[in-house]
Design a protein. Structure first.
Length: 344
């Protein structure tokens, strides 16, 4: 349960229609994609509600468990200002001294919260205009939440579809499947050591799993070949970053992840593929995936060769630092690798 309160210190009259619509517009355009933004959004609702009807006090109680995806519950909520019967109402409740509006989302049986205002400034009574204004506010707020929830569901469905494609690789090439998960663990450990922000960590978490998704387009005769690959076969393998990028191309919201999928085989000296990017054109997250990917490949046993030890692999990466791999990323890997299972 979450409780938000507002003390309206504006002693002016109720907001005019010209003032109400900009306030409602700001509600619709507020981001609610993170917990902090959701907290801000809920506070805006109660503050706006108190302002547009010139109420001295306003409060908003939210039940996150009634929403598929919402802010985490918090303890210490005070519901004393709510009459007991308000918890079961599904319609508005108006008296001379207060108005209670249930916040309903389509498809949900119970309200996910209640907006309450009380004690109108200058001891005036709440009227039908005040009720209409709050109903309009509540509808705008719930539409915003519904749209954001729908976007999140579609977003997650698309990501799940990509991850399902990665799972297909398990049946074709068990190495690629487990390799992607190990690369993800390494990349996140490096990101933590380098104090990257949460956004970058989220990008690395998804990209670690998806970086080899393009291998779904590589023939089995090459992908699971038990002997060393020929030059021509290596050229085919080198197309997997482009295939992966093309698979993800329609998903604009994964632009950063798509770029890493395309460039995770680039090298600082420009000798990588597919674009021959050099150091200053390779983002840090791409450099992290590159080091994690290379290290796991070096230490993994393949049918045609035995994997190297952790120490030998780290030594090779250090020798190639500033030439092919970022020195700081390699140093971070060296620092954390002996604390990660199943490595070393």
């Amino acid at each position: 349960m979450i409780n938000k309160e507002s003390a309206n210190t504006d002693q002016s009259k109720a907001a005019s229609e010209a003032e109400i619509f900009p306030l409602l517009y700001s509600i619709v355009n507020t981001k609610v994609d993170t917990l902090a933004n959701m907290e801000h959004f809920l506070q805006m609702i109660v503050d706006t509600g108190a302002k547009i009807v010139s109420a001295r006090n306003g409060s908003l109680v939210v039940f996150p468990e009634n929403i598929d995806a919402g802010p985490s519950a918090k303890a210490g909520t005070d519901f004393k200002s709510f009459p007991d019967e308000s918890f079961s109402i599904r319609n508005f409740c108006r008296s001379e001294s207060h108005i209670i509006i249930p916040l309903m989302l389509r498809g949900l049986k119970d309200p996910f919260g209640y907006l309450r205002v009380e004690n109108k400034i200058d001891n005036q009574n709440f009227d039908s205009r005040d009720l209409f204004s709050l109903l309009l506010l509540s509808r705008q707020a719930t539409l915003k939440i519904e749209n954001d929830l729908l976007y999140k569901r579609v977003h997650q469905d698309l990501i799940d579809s990509l991850l399902s494609m990665v799972n297909v690789l398990e049946f074709r090439d068990k190495y690629t499947y487990s390799h992607s998960r190990r690369v993800t663990r390494l990349a996140l450990a490096i990101a933590e050591d380098l104090s990257l922000n949460q956004k970058d960590k989220d990008i690395l978490r998804l990209t670690g799993l998806l970086h080899d998704i393009g291998k779904v387009g590589i023939p089995d005769s090459i992908l699971i070949k038990k002997d060393s690959l020929t030059t021509d076969e290596l050229d085919v393998i080198k197309t997997h970053p482009l295939i992966g990028e093309n698979i993800m191309r329609p998903l604009d919201f994964l632009a950063s992840e798509r770029s890493i999928v395309r460039h995770h085989h680039e090298r600082l000296d420009g000798s990588g593929y597919p674009d021959g990017l050099e150091d200053n054109k390779i983002p840090l997250c791409t450099k992290i995936i590159s080091v994690a990917d290379s290290f796991d490949a070096m230490t993994s046993h393949r049918p045609y060769r035995k994997g190297k030890s952790c120490s030998d692999s780290i030594e090779e990466l250090e020798q190639l630092s500033d030439e092919k791999y970022d020195r700081y990323v390699v140093s971070s890997l060296k620092k954390i690798i002996f604390r990660i299972e199943p490595y070393c």
